[in-house]
Design a protein around this ligand. Structure first.
Ligand SMILES: [Mg+2]
Length: 356
């Protein structure tokens, strides 16, 4: 399988898991079963008005992460990216604008260098031209409040003490773009999460996800990628909570517990380390891609985020071609997902082996 297929798979996988889980995000498992049958939700719900499976804030923000990384890199003429979050922060301010109508600097809404024809990309539509991104799909309060504050959080200067899963759910694009250097992918993933989430268990899981995605793009298995990412995690301060959640996920995936019991033990996924642990467990445990998606969303907790993160992992591991074809065909924002994954791939190729 080629790398381009993994890039596309990672973004589409995230969107498919998000859409599957969004339909049951605020339901507990008994309610999911009462609505969808004893097997729970087993396929995307199609919105009657648009005839699409609707994505939520997780995918919207992952797309803004990707666009912000392109912005950072191309804004510097494809050269060194010292601090990729500097491009991601204005991109998140644009996301905040889509949800609130508020933006302090209207110049951010104009076409930016990465949206114009340049050395890396042909001319294309700006992300701000996709009206679906302006739909309100249960956006996270921490993301809204921190972006409203006008302050950009960093790991050194946290903007709050939130460990919500809003940091990890959108971090996968960092792993794609910086796949040649998984430690750099980790750092960029964590930095982009720290823009809005100041607790280590809010931003470190985002670093882990980015490093896992990077290792998968480089051809490692899910298990190998998780182990490699955990070794990077251990080099960061205050990693213990995230590391112990991941170790438990790996142990449970090796053991014989039923998936629903294992997921219940790992937590509901409203916070970063739990969302990552549930997603990783499902990707490790289930050999079948569809079953992994289903396990990742049928539980009491934050189904769209656990589904999105699991889908990022599955897509990077097995490629776009391994995702359920009928699910992908009906996903909202198909064109933008394909375009952004293609642009990330083109930029990663262009950057070659330049270190960041
Ligand atoms: Mg959501």
């Amino acid at each position: 399988m080629n790398r381009q297929d993994r890039f596309k798979g990672c973004l589409f996988g995230g969107a498919l898991g998000d859409a599957l889980g969004y339909a049951v995000e605020f339901m507990r498992l008994p309610q999911i079963k009462s609505v969808f049958g004893p097997g729970g939700i087993t396929g995307p719900v199609i919105d009657k008005a648009s005839n699409k499976a609707l994505i939520s804030d997780d995918t919207q923000m992952a797309l803004f992460t990707a666009d912000g990384l392109l912005w950072a890199a191309v804004g510097q003429d494809g050269g060194e990216v010292r601090f990729a979050a500097d491009g991601v922060y204005p991109s998140y301010l644009r996301w905040y604008y889509t949800q609130s109508g508020n933006i302090k600097d209207r110049r951010l809404l104009e076409k930016q260098p990465h949206e114009k024809k340049n050395a890396v990309f042909p001319a294309g539509r700006s992300i701000m031209e996709y009206r679906e991104l302006f739909e309100s799909r249960a956006p996270g309060n921490t993301c809204l409040a921190s972006l409203r504050s006008g302050k950009m959080g960093t790991m050194e200067y946290p903007v709050n003490s939130s460990k919500g899963c809003g940091g990890v759910m959108r971090a996968a694009p960092a792993g794609l773009l910086f796949h040649r250097d998984p430690a750099a992918a980790f750092r960029v993933g964590a930095e982009t999460a720290a823009v809005t989430h100041g607790h280590p268990s809010g931003y470190l899981p985002a670093g882990v996800l980015a490093a896992v995605v990077a290792e998968l793009v480089n051809g490692k298995t899910v298990h190998e990628s998780a182990q490699a990412a955990m070794r990077i995690l251990e080099t960061y301060a205050s990693h213990e909570e995230t590391l112990s959640a991941l170790r438990r996920a790996v142990e449970l995936a090796r053991g014989g517990a039923a998936p629903q019991d294992a997921v219940r033990e790992l937590g509901e996924g409203w916070v970063g380390e739990e969302a990552l642990a549930v997603a990783l467990y499902c990707a490790l445990k289930e050999a079948d891609v569809k079953q992994a998606f289903i396990a990742a969303v049928n539980h009491d907790g934050d189904s769209d985020s656990t589904g999105a993160v699991c889908g990022n992992i599955l897509g990077a591991a097995y490629g776009f071609g391994a995702l359920p074809e009928d699910w992908a065909a009906n996903i909202e924002l198909y064109e933008l997902l394909a375009d952004i994954s293609g642009r990330l791939f083109a930029l990663a190729q262009y950057r070659g082996n330049k270190s960041i």
